[in-house]
Design a protein around this ligand. Structure first.
Ligand code: ZN
Length: 104
C-alpha cells in the first residue's frame, strides 16, 4: 500500500496485474476501448455514481491527479478511497470469474 502513494505510475502498477488478466482490453462495463486502472476508477460511466458518492464523502473532486493527496490528507479519506477501489475490484473479479465459468 505504500507503493500506492508514490505516484500515479505506481498507482496503475498496483492495480494492473488484475486488469491485465482480462483477455480483451476493452472495458466490459461501458465498451470503452481503454480499460485500464485510470479508466475504471476515474472515467468509466458504470462507476460514475460511486465516484460521485466518494467525492461527496471526501468533499473534493477525485481525479488521478488529486487522489494521492486526498488519501494522505486524513485517515477517513484514505479509508473512503480504499473502500471505493476495493469494491470495484471485487465486483470486476467476480464478473471475470463468472465469465470464465460460463464460457466453459
Ligand atoms: Zn468503462
Amino acid at each position: 500500500m505504500t507503493q500506492f502513494l508514490t505516484g500515479h505510475g505506481c498507482f496503475q502498477t498496483y492495480l494492473l496485474p488484475r486488469s491485465t488478466r482480462v483477455e480483451s482490453s476493452e472495458c466490459l462495463s461501458c465498451g470503452d476501448p481503454e480499460d485500464d486502472a485510470e479508466h475504471t476508477f476515474f472515467r468509466c460511466g458504470r462507476w460514475a455514481g460511486k465516484l460521485r458518492e466518494l467525492e461527496a464523502t471526501v468533499g473534493e473532486d477525485v481525479t488521478p491527479e488529486t487522489v494521492i493527496s486526498i488519501m494522505l490528507s486524513s485517515r477517513g479519506k484514505w479509508a473512503a478511497v480504499d473502500r471505493y477501489v476495493k469494491e470495484i475490484m471485487i465486483t470486476k473479479q467476480e464478473e471475470e470469474f463468472q465469465r470464465h465459468t460460463n464460457a466453459v
